[in-house]
Design a protein around this ligand. Structure first.
Ligand code: PMT
Length: 414
């Protein structure tokens, strides 16, 4: 497993010798590429000693280019990690500029890229930095952290580089997705809103952006799963390595899900499916001939409950989107829909839908865990890890209701 570790000029660069050690402990070969400003914070000598390879920093170093050019370096990498990633390096990556070896190599590589931002918390919340983060995330770059806590500048907030051990775990999973917790498992995930036509030009929908469901899909893929994402209409980029099926209505989502879920080990319903749809959509545009009107609605099929109710149901995880009584409503859905787990989040004008961050409470029969506010990408990684824990423990438990896919398939052919 070959990892290029790009180091940019932030105080957290002092943690990179430890990061190199953590990556090597996980079986990685590490090639370091430093920016000029990184050299202000950590020495080439220390990094060369821990990585066991000459450090690269200069695009115009003829000798180094002759032994491994920046293009060869880009091809050599199974993953590129930039840690710490400063606001400046994120801006360069987002803008596609390549004034140095590290950014040139990032443009030239087909390997997945991860960045671990580290900066003052006010810089991190600056709209320009957040816009760059979104651009990178939309392009499939894995953003690791940053964590919250006391910072080198003496202030407290979100901006600390994530701890080396955690970064190493994520990046080695990115470089070798086959070694993950869900290796060999198939996960079907629904995401985004549905659109229910009223007439050929109007529809009923909701405010879901798909961010949470897409983040769950990326996180499950990073854990080595084969991921099938059934997506309502959203504007997000398709996650790397995920099979995406696009649908529009709740009925299409229901059909597509049932066409695919029979071969799934796990089903995660993150979509905000319309609970009601117009009974008979008009064939022509409805004219405004009256002062008031009404639309006759009929209940949509509940996709999640129907999957959980299958004789040979996969491990089934629902989401609960609530404006109030989060715990009470989530527990009631867990029981009524006969789920293995439910992830409850508040939704409203200031949280939930379309936000980049989320906070959730997770419930399962006999247990619960709260996850404080974090980026949806980060939260998804934690949630997928918990789902993998629960899935494993149910499967190891003789009384499990979760039948392994192999056994379900055998049962069907009997
Ligand atoms: O997409 P984002 O902007 O990132 O926002 C994320 C989110 C808030 C949409 C997501 O985190 C979330 O909570 N998704 C579930 C939204 C929802 O419809 O919740 P619910 O409580 O109404 O439904 C409960 C569960 O039943 C959900 O898993 C839902 O997918 C499922 N359901 C509901 C109705 C239906 N007809 N079929 C279903 O499968």
């Amino acid at each position: 497993m070959n990892i290029v570790l790009g180091i940019s000029g932030g105080i957290a660069a002092y943690k990179t010798p430890d990061l190199v050690r953590r990556l090597k402990e996980r079986g990685a070969e590490v090639q370091i590429v430093m920016t000029a400003s990184a050299e202000e914070f950590v020495t080439e000598t220390a990094l060369q000693a821990v990585s066991g390879r000459p450090v690269r920093s200069n695009l115009w170093d003829k000798e180094a280019e002759a032994s491994m050019s920046h293009i060869e370096l880009a091809r050599w990498a199974d993953a590129v990690l930039i840690a710490p990633a400063t606001a400046e390096i994120m801006a360069r990556l987002a803008g596609g500029s390549a004034p140095d070896l590290l950014t040139t190599m990032c443009l030239a590589t087909e390997a997945p890229i991860a960045v671990a931002p580290a900066m003052n918390h006010i810089m991190w919340s600056n709209p320009a930095v957040q816009a760059n983060r979104r651009t990178l995330e939309d392009r499939g770059v894995m953003i690791i952290g940053p964590d919250s806590g006391s910072q080198a500048c003496g202030e407290t907030g979100a901006g600390r580089m994530t701890e080396p051990n955690e970064i190493a775990a994520m990046v080695t999973a990115l470089a070798q997705p086959s070694g993950g917790r869900l290796e060999g498992r198939t996960v079907v995930i629904t995401a985004g809103p549905t659109r229910e036509p009223i007439d050929p030009v109007r529809y009923i929908t909701n405010r879901s952006s798909g961010k949470m469901g897409y983040a769950m899909a990326s996180a499950a893929a990073a854990e080595g799963a084969r991921v099938i994402l059934i997506s309502g209409p959203v504007t997000l980029r398709e996650p790397r390595g995920v099979e995406v099926h696009r649908v529009e209505t709740a009925a299409e989502m229901y059909e597509t899900t049932h066409g695919l879920v029979r071969d799934a080990d796990l089903f995660i319903a993150a979509a905000a499916v319309a609970d009601y749809r117009p009974t008979t959509p008009a064939e022509q545009k409805i004219k405004k001939t009256t002062d008031s009107t009404s639309i006759d609605l009929v209940r949509s099929e509940d996709i999640l409950a129907s999957v959980a109710g299958l004789d040979d149901a996969p491990f089934t995880v629902g989401f609960a989107a609530e404006t109030n009584k989060l715990r009470e409503y989530a527990l009631s859905k867990l029981e009524k829909k006969r789920l293995n787990m439910i992830i409850a989040n508040r939704v409203g004008s200031d949280c939930g839908f379309d936000y980049d961050e989320n906070a959730v409470e997770v419930f399962w029969p006999g247990g619960e865990q709260a996850f404080p506010t974090a980026a949806k990408t980060e939260l998804a990684r934690q949630l997928v890890s918990l789902i993998a824990d629960r899935y494993d423990s149910l499967r190891d438990d003789g009384r499990s209701s979760v039948i392994p896919l192999e056994d379900r398939k055998k049962k069907r052919t009997q």
